[in-house]
Design a protein around this ligand. Structure first.
Ligand SMILES: [Zn+2]
Length: 300
């Protein structure tokens, strides 16, 4: 069952989906969400309503809308927190590919799924042919793949791998939005969307040198402009991949960004959304430092 966290925002849709996997008297909580006492309470109430004790807490990745609730839920229940070995938030058990999170009658298979975040895990519930995908696949729209923690090629490899090995799943329960009842079609759609965006970037560069704001204005012209800063991070993720593969060259224009460019490359989010949502957006979008001088890109 799902307990929706009260943290709606443009990055989190209606809020973070916290899942309880109920097997007999034990429950596994997937993604306890933000450290919000009312939400932690709601998770415990939901478990009790099903006569279940919270026996394990599994976290897909460290973003502030998914992981911070793990510590207070652990403190209240004593249930161990399971996470990727690279996770930087407090956890009790590091798990990786092929391992399990098991309590009572319930076993979750651990699938390493880097790309959106380096330390991202997907959990498989084979009894129900279900996948809990965190921010790898969400109920609607696409997810953000933002450097430095996000890596486009790793993300594409994860999507391909999920399609190959788990394409016959019945349901995907994403970290945000409604459950997906056609996983194969959704994974194919995600894979095609990423390939399309890459072709569009290469085609734009084929016409001449471009900055990231220029690429965004060309390629995402049909997308609402409030999403353009997120689009700029996606474009950067593609350009980093293409540079690494020797297909694109980067040149510094040796000037600071204009105000308009800054609004895309390093936006001030505080005026747009509340503090907590701004923190989530900064983590999702991977802003760690000043972007520095403007760069332009060409095909090699
Ligand atoms: Zn995330």
């Amino acid at each position: 069952m799902r307990v929706l966290a009260p943290n709606p925002s443009p990055m989190t849709l209606e809020g973070t989906n916290t899942y309880l996997v109920l097997g007999g008297r034990d429950a596994i909580v997937i993604d306890p969400g933000p450290d919000d006492p009312s939400h932690i309470e709601a998770i415990q109430v939901a478990a009790r309503a099903h006569g279940a004790k919270i026996a394990a807490i599994a976290v897909t990745h460290g973003h502030p809308d998914h992981a911070p609730g793990a510590a207070p839920l652990h403190a209240r229940t004593g249930a161990p927190v399971y996470a990727h070995s690279l996770a930087t938030f407090p956890h009790d058990v590091a798990v990786g590919e092929g391992e399990t999170v098991a309590t009572g009658d319930t076993r979750l298979e651990v699938i390493e799924a880097p790309g959106h975040a380096r330390e991202h895990l997907v959990f498989g519930l084979s009894d129900e042919a279900a996948l809990f995908t965190g921010d790898v696949v969400i109920g609607r729209g696409t997810v953000v793949v933002a450097p430095p923690n996000g890596d486009m090629r790793a993300y594409q490899a994860t999507l391909a791998r999920l399609l190959r090995d788990y394409g016959n799943s019945k349901t995907i329960y994403g970290g945000h939005g409604a459950a997906i009842d056609a996983p194969r079609a959704k994974l194919e759609e995600y894979i095609a969307h990423r390939a399309l965006r890459e072709r569009e970037i290469v085609a734009a560069l084929d016409a001449g040198e471009r900055t990231i704001p220029q690429l965004v204005a060309e390629i995402y012209r049909d997308v609402a402009t409030f999403l353009w800063p997120a689009a700029a991070r996606q474009v950067l993720a593609y350009l980093i991949a293409l540079e690494r593969e020797g297909r694109v060259a980067e040149r510094s224009l040796e000037r600071e960004p204009t105000q308009e460019e800054s609004a895309l490359l390093n936006p001030d989010l505080s005026g747009l959304v509340d503090q907590a949502s701004a923190a989530v957006a900064r983590a999702e979008l991977g802003y760690e430092r000043d972007p520095g001088p403007v760069a332009a890109y060409t095909l090699r």
